[in-house]
Design a protein around this ligand. Sequence first.
Ligand SMILES: *Cc1c(COP(=O)(O)O)cnc(C)c1O
Length: 388
Amino acid sequence: MIDFNVPPYVGNELTYIRQAIENRKICGDGEFTKRCSAWLTKRFGCDHALLTTSGTTALEMAARLCDLQPGDEVIMPSFTFSSTANAFVQVGARIVFVDIRPDTMNIDEKKIEHAITDRTRAIVVVHYAGVACAMDEIMEIARRHGLKVVEDAAHAPLATYKGRALGSIGDFGCLSFHETKNYSMGEGGALLINRGTHETEAQETASFEKAEIMREKGTDRSKFMRGQVDKYTWVDYGSSYLPSDMLAAYLWAQLEKADEINKDRIATWNAYYEGLKPLADAGRIELQTVPEGCVHNAHMFWIKCADLQERTELLSYLRDRQIYAVFHYIPLHSAPAGLRFGRFDGEDEYTTRESERLARLPLYYHLTAEDRAQVIQAIKDFYEARAC
Ligand SMILES: *Cc1c(COP(=O)(O)O)cnc(C)c1O
């Protein structure tokens, strides 16, 4: 059997969790949390990184930091996970969905401006499969219209755009360390705070301080722990967005081996690409494209079938051979909550059609070469047996 995903495990996780317990620090912001945030800051080249309880809560914090009023509009793709939209719905925003590009499945930067109204306050981008959105164009639009930019970089750790880490370009970057992501702590995430469209460094620092308070139940406990204030108190809206140091210990083991995990995933991605290229050259399937200037992180390997019916047949053919390939997001704009909380701007040229054709192949740390070969062979057999 070849699973779609197996959570990454590199070997030191238990040792570090035991250390966290022996440190008598099983709540948040202990030694391992500090190590992880320092690593993220350095590796992403961002100014601030805060571990959170999930990618979802990182997005919720980012949405609050955008300071929206009820009825304000936020632009995002419809081809994404519910959390991307929920975070903004929670603060009263209307979601305006924009079509995607078929080559990357990312928001089409050329269609963003059409969706901007006098209520628009933010653009949320999703770097699908760890392949970057056109960030230069998007940041330029945001600056021209005075909009915030949030990067949903849940898929994207270690992927770059023109040399810059994804998640470090917009005002806020949101990472996920769910077990299905490249690096994991079971459930967890991080909020990155960047200069982005913040006009001054002081404004950026203010966002960071607000985020710290929000994460600490609305108190200035973080400042107190650093000795910057002599008592801590309730100063603003907040919640508990702080993960346990035991979970950070699991993540630390992964981050220490981040390059090894990345290399292993890239090897699988490349093997799939080479193995399936003949089918793509023959026009039977389409493969992922990675635009110039983007370095991906092998978060995902997707192919596109001719249509929904062919994809359904392929997935079931693979399942019969105990290979668990899967489809992905049902576009949010056509989902019950999407209809209630949002609208689609312009024409849905690609979102629905392309999402119906997309299939994701098994990809995880330590997927063996034999398993890869088996997946490739099964897909070839499927198309061989099927008339053009
Ligand atoms: C996984 C994911 C999230 C949510 O992250 P969690 O850690 O599961 O809450 C948000 N957006 C995208 C694009 C994701 O893939």
